[in-house]
Ligand binder design. Structure first.
Ligand SMILES: Nc1ncnc2c1ncn2[C@@H]1O[C@H](COP(=O)(O)OP(=O)(O)OP(=O)(O)O)[C@@H](O)[C@H]1O
Ligand SMILES: O=P(O)(O)OC[C@H]1O[C@H](OP(=O)(O)OP(=O)(O)O)[C@H](O)[C@@H]1O
Ligand SMILES: O=C(O)c1cccnc1
Length: 485
């Protein structure tokens, strides 16, 4: 991966110089990465992007040309430039593994270390995690709408730039897509690549039949013919059948056809009938054209006979929910390993942060279904045999008693003292893990529209700590304002 050290907001660097000038360079801080709202009005999000975060951190180093540029801004002093020259990340990071379903307010990544280092990381971590998590989540919805797929990801041409097309293909694969048309993503991440033809191929030959034959001659065993250039039912499918039968007569397997316009339900049913009647029962029908989870769901429920889907624009651009609002918030600060919880107050109750060094505990029932998550303080222990009453942190009268559960902590160590302490799983493993993890969620939580809200509560200790801090801040403000009109 290229060196992304300079991929940051200017204010991270000005604050870093500020920490240096004010003698608090070595103050320690804990930051949480979390989001407040689920995208797509959905019931979950699927974490993606951790591998890129790890690579970013492992490559963090300011080069001389970077330092020269920063010096040219006339903002930074030489002491600061010298600090940057020696800059390395030396802290600890815990993170939720890629492919895990997650929910609002859960710390997906926890960064602990010198404020001088941890401050810099905010922008790049959010940039990587917000985008990939969004696309992995979108892809998992598209895959679910197609009842498991297969989905060919076709989005590169419409992605918001090369990085989005390529990292998006990776995230889409984690979300369950079967392949990508993006060759760079295939080479870089080992994603299977697949494709058919463009209309230009058909248009380049004197006739559709000649175009199909030429393609079949070139790729006799990988021949998915695009049948909608002139007339799907009057020329595309009949010509594809001719070529399909010729291929089969020569001992090849005719793969099938792609429909890219019109009423995909009607056309797929008619095309299926024609293919079957011609004896090409194993030929598949691929549907494409501006698809997303809603259109796929609708087309399937109308009785379409489509075996695979090509999905581009809506998936790679996350068209109906174009950003995930992940944030990076300070949860504790301290010195020499002794930390004090901190929170950020807001008029908006949803924006008050959760203080302290926290973890996420997922509670499963005997059948392995996830029942609820509790955000707890790092040192809290939940005894698997006892029952536990949890409550909604805002509507505290909403309570639920969990019994017969087993638990799992979602955050795992990734860096200790700046050194990576975990293996990075292969992309195929992440995809398989994501599928398994999604199976632990109830269908009601995964429903595409109006899903059931998955319970994420605060532990009693964390809730208590938050109330105490809010009260202390409130009292301090009152005391400071006494006598002020
Ligand atoms: N049976 C169906 N039910 C619901 N939506 C469908 C159905 N068939 C196709 N669609 C969707 O309807 C939209 C049709 O769009 P549009 O009318 O722009 O395409 P088209 O004219 O058929 O093809 P193009 O403009 O690409 O040549 C697409 O988003 C497609 O996925
Ligand atoms: O519709 P998407 O989900 O983005 O899938 C990718 C689209 O890209 C190609 O179209 P092309 O770029 O040739 O444009 P057109 O079919 O819209 O004319 C292909 O034929 C699909 O229709
Ligand atoms: O291979 C295809 O059919 C393809 C690739 C990219 C975009 N649309 C279609």
């Amino acid at each position: 991966m290229e060196n992304l050290t300079m991929l940051t907001d200017l204010y991270q660097l000005t604050m870093m110089q500020g920490y240096l000038v004010n003698g608090c360079r070595d103050k320690e801080a804990v930051f949480d990465v979390f989001f407040r709202t689920l995208p797509f009005k959905g019931g979950y999000a699927l974490v993606s992007g951790l591998e890129q975060v790890v690579e970013y951190i492992e490559n963090l180093t300011f080069r001389e040309e970077n330092l020269a540029y920063l010096r040219s801004l006339n903002l930074f002093n030489e002491d600061f430039i010298q600090e940057l020259r020696n800059f390395r990340f030396t802290g600890d990071i815990d993170a939720v593994p890629e492919g895990t379903p997650v929910f609002p307010y859960e710390p997906l990544i926890r960064v602990k270390g010198r404020i001088f280092e941890t401050q810099l990381l905010e922008t790049a971590i959010l940039n990587l995690i917000n985008f990939e998590t969004l696309i992995a989540t979108k892809a998992s919805r598209v895959v679910a709408a197609a009842n498991g797929g297969p989905i060919m990801e076709f989005g590169l041409r419409r992605a918001q730039g090369p990085d989005a097309g390529t990292l998006g293909a990776r995230a889409a694969f984690i979300g369950g897509c079967q392949s990508t048309s993006n060759v760079l993503a295939g080479e870089r991440y080992g994603i299977p690549v697949s494709g058919t033809q463009a209309h230009s191929w058909i248009q380049c030959f004197p006739s559709e039949l000649e175009a199909f034959r030429a393609y079949a001659r070139t790729f006799p065993d990988g021949c998915l013919l695009l049948v909608d250039t002139y007339s799907v039912l009057e020329s595309g499918v009949p010509n594809a059948i001719k070529v399909g039968l010729e291929l089969e007569a020569e001992g090849h397997h005719f793969q099938g056809i792609r429909l890219d316009s019109g009423d995909l339900t009607y056309l797929s049913r008619e095309a299926r009938r024609m293919l079957d009647e011609a004896g090409l029962k194993s030929a598949i029908i691929v549907g494409s054209n501006d698809l997303d989870e809603e259109t796929i769901f609708a087309i399937r429920s109308q009785g379409a006979l489509i075996d695979a889907w090509g999905v581009g624009t809506h998936l790679i651009t996350s068209k109906d929910s174009p950003s995930l609002g992940g944030v990076y918030k300070l949860a504790a600060e301290g010195e020499k390993g002794i930390f004090h919880p901190r929170l950020k107050v807001s008029e908006n109750i949803a924006k008050i942060t959760n203080p302290g060094i926290k973890k996420i505990v997922r509670f499963y029932d005997r059948a392995g279904k996830a029942m609820a998550d509790v955000i707890a303080l790092e040192d809290e222990v939940f005894n698997d045999r006892k029952s536990l009453t949890i409550f909604d942190p805002i509507q505290t009268w909403k309570r639920k008693t969990l019994t017969n559960f087993h638990t799992r902590e979602l955050l795992v160590p990734v860096f200790r003292g700046g050194k990576r302490v975990c293996e990075l799983p292969k992309l195929q493993e992440i995809q398989a893990y994501a599928k398994k993890e999604l199976n632990t969620l109830w269908d009601e939580v995964k429903r595409l529209t109006n899903p059931h809200r998955y319970i994420v509560d605060l532990s009693a200790n964390l809730f208590e700590l938050k109330q105490q801090l809010l009260l202390t801040i409130h009292n301090d403000i009152k005391a400071n304002n006494q006598g002020v009109e």
